[in-house]
Design a protein around this ligand. Structure first.
Ligand code: ZN
Ligand code: MN
Length: 168
């Protein structure tokens, strides 16, 4: 399994002790785009490690996110976890709680502005958008990217950025 080898290498290079639990947590995260909570990860890992506790899963998740191996998101008072540690934004559905990646150019201007105008040193910024996802609003038709000015603009100026058309 190549992916597991990559995971081992990532941990080794970061000087993090490799444990079967850590490998499994990272594999689980790498194979999902759901931004799971610790509970969800725990339920999945329990099958593989019958003696694992929720606390162990939590501790490992916090340990890995503190070292930048994974990302911790704060959503409605709970933590959700992301294998994608690159800067990106999220949409959170207020109805079903789904957390989705939003591919949009990063607002680095706000970091420059804050540093220059306020004199603060900015390390990072986060942005979460809240609303209702498509599945939770079935009356709404799929977005027609081809006829959307913003999507057309983004496709022309940021190659590969516009979401693929999901109109049917
Ligand atoms: Zn939803
Ligand atoms: Mn994400």
């Amino acid at each position: 399994m190549e992916a597991i080898e990559e995971t081992r290498t990532t941990l080794k290079e970061s000087g993090i002790r490799i444990t079967p639990q850590r490998i499994s947590i990272m594999e689980y995260l790498a194979n999902t785009s759901n931004h799971p909570s610790a509970d969800q990860i725990y339920i999945s890992l329990e099958k593989q490690f019958p003696n694992i506790s929720l606390a162990t899963v939590y501790n490992n998740l916090h340990f890995l996110s503190k070292r930048g191996i994974i990302k911790e998101l704060h959503v409605n008072g709970t933590s959700r976890f992301d294998a994608n540690t690159s800067d990106h934004y999220h949409f959170i559905c207020k109805s079903c709680g789904k957390v989705e990646d939003i591919e949009y150019p990063l607002f680095y201007e706000i970091e420059d502005f804050t540093e220059n105008f306020y004199g603060y040193t900015v390390h990072t910024h986060s942005l979460q958008l809240y609303g209702i996802c498509q599945s939770c609003q079935p009356q709404k038709e799929g977005h027609d990217c081809k006829n959307c000015n913003l999507c057309n603009y983004l496709e022309q100026h940021v190659v590969g950025l516009a979401p693929s058309s999901n109109s049917n």
